[in-house]
Design a protein around this ligand. Structure first.
Ligand SMILES: CC(C)(COP(=O)(O)OP(=O)(O)OC[C@H]1O[C@@H](n2cnc3c(N)ncnc32)[C@H](O)[C@@H]1OP(=O)(O)O)[C@@H](O)C(=O)NCCC(=O)NCCS
Length: 388
């Protein structure tokens, strides 16, 4: 199988942009990606495109992958829209990697785009909720915040995880996001403020939740053999893994483990010949603060049940021994569903190349990173390992 590298990466600003549609957002990310390629970029060499997206389509905007490809000047290529709820972007990256690995195409675009802020709060909650179990959980009236609240409750009950531990995740990620010019919320928050925010679904409050966001991201994925034609510092995808799980929490082996994360990461580590210990930076799926704590455990960064202690001891701060979500994570950077997975890889590309704009957010001298993207409350998960 062919080796695979990323030679360019771009992201639009994340936030609320009433004046921009999915085409404009996707173009902004594509243009940013094109300008990041060090030399010899020729769009005519792009042979296929995988575009993560959840909300567009259906009766309104079918064929959206062809639509955004056409808009950036790429008609007549193989295009696929990838939809796996909030993990759509991560799966778009994996699809692009498999395309290049197979030898079918040498240069492939992986990206994602979502436009979330132009519908009402009620519609957003309905629309997001249908990525979970619609037969029992939905009928019981749960939202995603409600489902993660159940998981948080159980984690607190079984392991003594404290409310403070959840807020510590929010404080850390807002601190990092404050240094990210493309983040939706570029402001720090204090622990007391995070603890006292209005409740959304107990025990989760406003600062335990990601927001709703407009945004796009774009990666240029190619055969490693030709990568050096475009840059002296390609970033290699050395491992990946994906796994589905039961959609409904009550069907799972247990409620405090995302089995999809465990299985996807174990596959990715094996493929890359690494273990969790080797990972120097991770961008993980912190749609709710409890999700970041679960990720520490299920990715193998700490023992099951010890995530509270792990955040409290500062391991995952930017200057800790296992930094997590240097970008600000979904919590502060924002979560434009289809773009999130490739957006995480955009951050890792820059971190590994040492090209993060604000040096205070740059994790220095790292060579191995991991990106982790979760769909729904764990129904789909993708993990990719990126190395300099
Ligand atoms: C958290 C949530 C319920 C807040 O929605 P809301 O109450 O309608 O909030 P609004 O958008 O009206 O914003 C109210 C204020 O809070 C701020 N805000 C909104 N979400 C925020 C967040 N997640 N973190 C910090 N501040 C936030 C807004 O900027 C706004 O501030 P302002 O009054 O100073 O302008 C909503 O964003 C949500 O449902 N998030 C989860 C999305 C989700 O489930 N994604 C899928 C994950 S699997």
């Amino acid at each position: 199988m062919r080796r695979v590298a990323i030679v360019g990466a771009g992201q639009s600003k994340y936030g609320e942009f009433p004046e921009k549609g999915i085409k404009e957002l996707f173009f902004e990310a594509y243009k940013d990606m094109a300008s990041s390629v060090d030399k010899n970029f020729d769009p005519k060499q792009i042979e296929s495109a995988y575009v993560g997206n959840l909300g567009s389509g259906g009766f309104q905007l079918g064929n959206m992958s062809a639509l955004v490809a056409e808009y950036v000047g790429l008609p007549y290529i193989h295009t696929v829209r990838v939809e796996n709820a909030c993990a759509s972007g991560g799966y778009a990256l994996v699809a692009a990697v498999m395309d290049v690995m197979s030898g079918a195409h040498k240069m492939v675009l992986a990206g994602g785009v979502e436009k979330m802020t132009d519908v009402s709060g009620m519609k957003q909650k309905y629309w997001l909720g249908v990525s979970g179990d619609t037969e029992y959980e939905r009928l019981a009236g749960t939202t995603f915040a409600g489902l993660y609240a159940l998981i948080a409750h159980r984690h607190m009950h079984e392991f003594g995880t404290k409310r403070e531990h959840l807020s510590m995740v929010a404080v850390k990620n807002h601190k990092n996001g404050a240094q990210n010019p493309k983040a939706q919320f570029q402001r720090e928050i204090q622990l007391e403020q995070a603890m006292k925010a209005p409740i959304v679904a107990y025990p989760l409050n406003l600062f335990d939740c990601c927001s709703t966001t407009d945004g796009a991201s774009s990666l240029l994925v190619c055969d490693a053999e030709v990568a050096k034609q475009f840059t002296d510092t390609p970033i290699y995808i050395t491992g990946f893994g994906t796994s589905s799980d039961y959609l409904a929490i009550h069907d799972r082996i247990n409620t405090v483990t995302l089995e999809g994360t465990k299985r996807a990461s174990q596959h990715a580590y094996k493929m890359a010949g690494l273990t969790a210990k080797d990972i120097q930076l991770a961008e993980v799926h912190d749609c709710f603060t409890i999700a970041e704590l679960l990720a520490y455990e299920d990715l193998g960064f700490c023992e099951k049940g010890k995530a509270g202690q792990f955040i409290e001891e500062g391991h995952t701060k930017i200057d800790g021994d296992k930094p997590v979500n240097a970008s600000g994570g979904l919590k502060s950077k924002g979560h434009p569903i289809g773009s999130t997975g490739t957006g995480q890889a955009y951050e890792m590309f820059n971190q590994l190349r040492g090209t993060v704009q604000k040096p205070i957010r740059q994790v220095k001298g790292i060579e191995k990173g991991l990106v982790h993207n979760v769909g729904g409350s764990g129904g789909t998960v993708s993990v990719s390992i990126m190395e300099r």
